[in-house]
Design a binder for this molecule. Structure first.
Ligand SMILES: Nc1nc2c(ncn2[C@@H]2O[C@H](COP(=O)(O)OP(=O)(O)O)[C@@H](O)[C@H]2O)c(=O)[nH]1
Ligand SMILES: [Mg+2]
Length: 580
């Protein structure tokens, strides 16, 4: 309907507006904006096709219905407090008077007056209407209006509830015309001037601009219109209704109405754009701090990794040390044993071997065992503490969130975010609650034993690390007897004794070095696997949160850009409409 009235330029603006509103609709959907806002935007789009909508608002009893009746010249609407005036009335053109209830709170009234073919009028129940529900519908009509006629009465102009209501009208970017009704109640012109001044000041304060203000008496205007002939003139003059009627029916010509109509959805778009923008900002702020939390966790894990490696090197060197001591004792042993004076002693292989074990190997095995046990306990404990660290970070984040952010960003976003945070918290809590140090340590010990056995090419079975080490050391010892015994009884034995001694020492050194290397390899491999899986489990636990924070940030930054563009487009269109 509107399109047929438009010239080329207006049509072009209309097209741009549609595209803009459509883009905003997509953004609002991506932001999971409140359903009401999404609906309002959709309505703003549809509204471009509808008739010019003039919405009459104001406090209960200020004379809204009386004003419309005066405009129509007939008491079409009921005045005063009745159940029917407690509904929104939509006034349209119709060949005769009809009243049709559209919904519980909505009544459509038709009346045969020509100008209703161009303008639809809405009479609302009043801003401080006892029923909250009515207030809600009234406010629902505001975003849809093309012009808001705000009626206040001289006996109580600009009440608190009217102020609050006008602020909301302003937020939707609506054009407002102020009608000061019931001027017949005032004693003189001075009283009226005062009221007008008061209304003007308040409007300026509240709206930041001077809206057109019309002082009238709807009652006198009605009275005048009911009288024929010259009698009519006095009350008509006194009603001052002519200026207002002229404004609505004539000044508000087709071009102006089109401009207002084209401007109207821009107000809605602008408000929703600003709202979405601050919502996006709030979300991004929230995410920025989430990133900080994730960074902190990451930092903690990096520190953990470095610290673990450093400590492990130290622990490994202690195991090394035990074997180095074995070597030192072994050297001394050979120096002491493989001597001419003791050559016959060497014949007693079993005795030498027992001595070797007692003096050289000594308590190396329990020492190594103790070091490995210590290493395992340390690994298990550090892993546990990392979970506690993650838990602390996540909990702190969740608490911060509760204090400050609740309700600010809302919607599905907040729900999803909390969900991710809770998932991490749950994983950490479960990891901590189900932590069985003894079990973890036992499993790890078994694993260490397996890898030691594997590297030493010994059948591990269920013999335990100690037995395993004993077996490994024994395997080495068997060779020594060979080296020492072969030819020990030979006649020239004493001649070759120094060479034997050297050989034995060398072999002991070689074998211990090999053992140290094998043990180091086994323990390092085990340590690396443990550390990797510990880090990985933690990273996996925080992954949902990490992924959410990253994807949302990317998405929101993109939306932020779109909103900035939308804002610029709104300003451009507004300027163009002004110039029409
Ligand atoms: N004195 C005086 N009373 C008026 C005028 N306009 C309306 N009223 C009365 O104020 C009361 C409320 O009017 P109504 O139109 O129902 O107010 P609404 O609730 O805003 O629709 C009714 O009793 C009207 O008769 C006016 O210009 N002067
Ligand atoms: Mg009314």
């Amino acid at each position: 309907m509107l399109r047929s009235l438009l010239d080329e330029q207006q049509t072009e603006i209309l097209g741009q507006e549609r595209a803009l509103l459509e883009d905003l609709r997509v953004i609002l959907a991506r932001l999971d904006a409140a359903p009401d806002d999404q609906r309002r935007l959709a309505h703003a789009l549809r509204q471009l096709e509808e008739l010019f909508l003039l919405v009459v608002v104001g406090e209960f009893n200020s004379g809204k219905s009386a004003f419309i009746n005066a405009l129509l010249g007939q008491p079409v609407l009921e005045e005063g407090v009745t159940p029917t005036t407690d509904r929104v009335h939509v006034l349209r053109y119709g060949p005769e008077l009809t009243r049709t209830a559209r919904a519980e709170d909505l009544l459509v009234v038709t009346w045969p007056v020509e100008w209703l073919r161009d303008i639809n009028l809405v009479d609302t129940p009043g801003t401080n209407s006892v029923l909250q529900r009515h207030q809600a519908i009234t406010e629902d009509f505001i975003p849809r209006s093309d012009l808001v006629l705000f009626i206040t009465s001289v006996d109580r102009p600009f009440t608190e509830s009217e102020r609050a209501f006008l602020e909301r009208v302003r937020d939707w970017g609506k054009k407002i015309v102020v009608v000061v009704n019931k001027i017949d109640m005032l004693e003189d012109e001075a009283g009226l001037s005062k009221v007008i001044q008061f209304v003007e000041d308040n409007a300026q304060l509240l709206l930041g601009m001077r809206p057109p203000i019309f002082p009238v008496s709807a009652r006198l205007a009605q009275k005048a219109k009911a009288i024929a002939g010259a009698e009519r003139e006095a009350p008509w003059q006194a009603s001052r209704f002519a200026a207002l009627e002229e404004f609505i029916l004539n000044t508000l010509d087709e071009r102006q109405r089109i401009c207002l109509k084209l401007e109207s959805p821009l107000g809605v778009a602008d408000r929703l754009q600003i709202q979405s923008w601050s919502n996006t900002r709030a979300r991004l702020d929230l995410l920025r701090e989430d990133f900080k939390t994730l960074d902190d966790i990451q930092e903690q894990l990096t520190g953990y990794e470095a610290d673990m490696r450093r400590n492990f090197a130290d622990k490994l060197s202690r195991v090394d040390n035990v074997l180095l001591q074995v070597e030192a004792r072994g050297t001394a042993f050979f120096d002491d044993t493989v001597r001419l004076t003791r050559v016959f002693h060497l014949i007693h292989t079993d005795q030498v071997r027992a001595e070797f074990e007692q003096k050289v190997i000594a308590d190396a095995v329990p020492q190594i065992e103790a070091q490995v046990r210590d290493l395992i306990d340390w690994l298990v404990d550090r892993d546990f503490r990392q979970w506690q660290g993650v838990m602390t970070h996540v909990n702190r984040r969740a608490e911060q969130h509760h204090d400050r952010i609740v309700g600010q960003v809302g919607g599905q976003f907040e729900h999803n975010r909390q969900e991710r945070l809770a998932t991490v918290e749950r994983a950490a809590r479960e990891a901590i609650a189900s932590y069985d140090r003894a079990k973890e340590a036992a499993e790890l010990a078994e694993s260490v034993q397996r890898s030691v056995a594997q590297i030493a090419l010994v059948e591990a079975g269920a013999i335990g690390l100690g037995a395993l080490l004993v077996a490994i050391l024994h395997a080495s010892m068997a060779d020594f007897s060979g080296v020492l015994m072969a030819g020990a009884v030979a006649t020239v034995g004493f001649l070759i004794l120094p060479a034997r001694r050297r050989a034995a020492k060398k072999q002991l050194k070689t074998q211990l070095e090999a053992l140290r290397a094998r043990l180091a390899e086994a323990l390092t491999g085990q340590f690396e696997r443990e550390l990797r899986s510990s880090l990985q489990r933690i990273r996996e636990a925080i992954a949902p949160y990490t992924i959410f924070v990253q994807t949302e940030r990317d998405k929101l930054s993109e939306i932020e850009d779109h909103l900035a563009t939308a804002s610029a487009r709104i300003q451009t269109l507004r300027a163009r409409i002004k110039d029409l």
